[in-house]
Write a new protein. Structure first.
Length: 165
């Protein structure tokens, strides 16, 4: 087993738990007050990759970083891995629907399964599940809440009025 590193990143939208080993990012998640596992992140020590993740988050929240070149290794099944790879293809400042993601991974009837994979995304922001909206253009579904999803989209220049138009 690889040694684990990481920590808690305190940013303008709240605290994010970061976990990585020496080679790859394993988890990035918003830490809510009721998160029963959040204490784990406070015990982790930083390493070079942790610093790179924190720097990337700083730059993202300042609107300076639009592309990430971090090595990611999200834990999940084959279908989820396909979804997460497709999410990483959504350009900064753009959105796609669950249906579009399903079609792009050759699972045209898999919109609900795409939604579940989004919900289980272990590396938020870097695997941008916040860029996925309903087929009707509405802001729907985000495991951290729609307010937070909208704030992430606004950082990327997507306002609520653009989403519902």
């Amino acid at each position: 087993m690889h040694d684990l590193y990481g920590g808690v990143y305190d940013g303008r939208l709240g605290s994010l738990g970061v976990m990585n080993n020496k080679e790859v990012v394993l988890e990035v998640k918003f830490l809510g007050n009721d998160d029963k596992h959040k204490d784990i992140f406070y015990t982790l020590k930083h390493n070079v990759l942790t610093k790179k993740v924190f720097d990337s988050l700083d730059n993202y929240f300042l609107g300076k970083q639009r592309y990430f070149d971090l090595p990611l290794m999200p834990k999940g099944g084959d279908f989820a891995q396909k979804v997460w790879r497709e999410l990483q293809r959504i350009p900064y400042g753009q959105t796609r629907s669950y249906k579009q993601i399903a079609q792009n991974i050759n699972s045209p009837r898999g919109s609900r399964a795409v939604g579940m994979a989004n919900h289980r995304n272990p590396i938020i922001i870097f695997i941008p599940c916040h860029r996925v909206i309903g087929s009707n253009g509405k802001l729907v579904g985000y495991s951290c809440g729609l307010d937070l999803k909208l704030k992430l989209l606004e950082i990327e220049g997507i306002s609520a009025t653009k989403i519902s138009d």
